[in-house]
Design a protein around this ligand. Structure first.
Ligand SMILES: CC(C)(COP(=O)(O)OP(=O)(O)OC[C@H]1O[C@@H](n2cnc3c(N)ncnc32)[C@H](O)[C@@H]1OP(=O)(O)O)[C@@H](O)C(=O)NCCC(=O)NCCS
Length: 165
């Protein structure tokens, strides 16, 4: 499937909210939401077809040197075609290029597809947050991906003391 990625604008709000509700149940978002997060601390990406139909979105918050993957979703009718993989790859690449050294996320413990996607992309479970989610109540798995190219992380990998660079 041919798709393109771009940053979200306020005009995407209705389509994003509809996809969010369709895929995640979705809490209420204020209409001004996409305006409010259009700043340097957020990367909100839209994936759309060549005819501008929204097929996926993903959102990373930057609190450098860390970043958080807040959420991502792919339209059910086009899942399992590699779009989630492509979107996550781009979100991670942008966070990295903007200075993030590690990315955290939370995922429902029962969300096998998302868990598999994150693990495939180098995220590891580091802790559990008991009863973190509601409706239905469920634990969250906290996952972390650290960018290995940082000299300090390389030193840690080969067993040397961490250096400040
Ligand atoms: C999780 C989600 C984003 C995956 O998107 P997708 O486009 O279907 O994923 P892809 O086709 O790119 O698959 C990439 C990898 O994800 C994993 N995966 C995706 N769907 C899966 C499924 N149903 N079962 C098991 N693994 C799955 C696999 O590791 C897959 O790699 P593979 O094809 O080599 O096996 C999508 O299922 C979704 O939107 N779910 C609802 C919203 C959600 O749960 N978001 C995450 C929490 S915020």
């Amino acid at each position: 499937m041919n798709t393109r990625l771009r940053l979200a604008t306020a005009q995407d709000f209705q389509a994003v909210a509809a996809l969010r509700k369709n895929t995640m149940g979705g809490d209420y978002w204020p209409q001004t939401f996409l305006n409010e997060i259009s700043n340097a601390h957020h990367v909100f990406l839209i994936m759309e077809t060549v005819s501008s139909e929204l097929v996926a979105y993903g959102w990373i918050e930057l609190t450098l040197p860390e970043a958080s993957l807040i959420e991502m979703a792919v339209s059910p009718k086009v899942q399992r075609q590699g779009l989630g993989q492509a979107l996550l790859h781009e979100l991670v690449a942008r966070a990295c290029s903007l200075g993030a050294e590690k990315i955290f996320l939370e995922v429902r413990a029962s969300n096998a597809s998302a868990l598999a996607l994150y693990q495939k992309n180098g995220f590891q479970v580091i802790s559990t947050r008991k009863r973190y989610y509601s409706e239905p109540e469920e634990d969250a798995l906290v996952m972390e991906k650290t960018f290995l190219f940082k000299p300090s992380n390389l030193a840690r990998r080969i067993g040397e003391p961490e250096k400040t660079v």
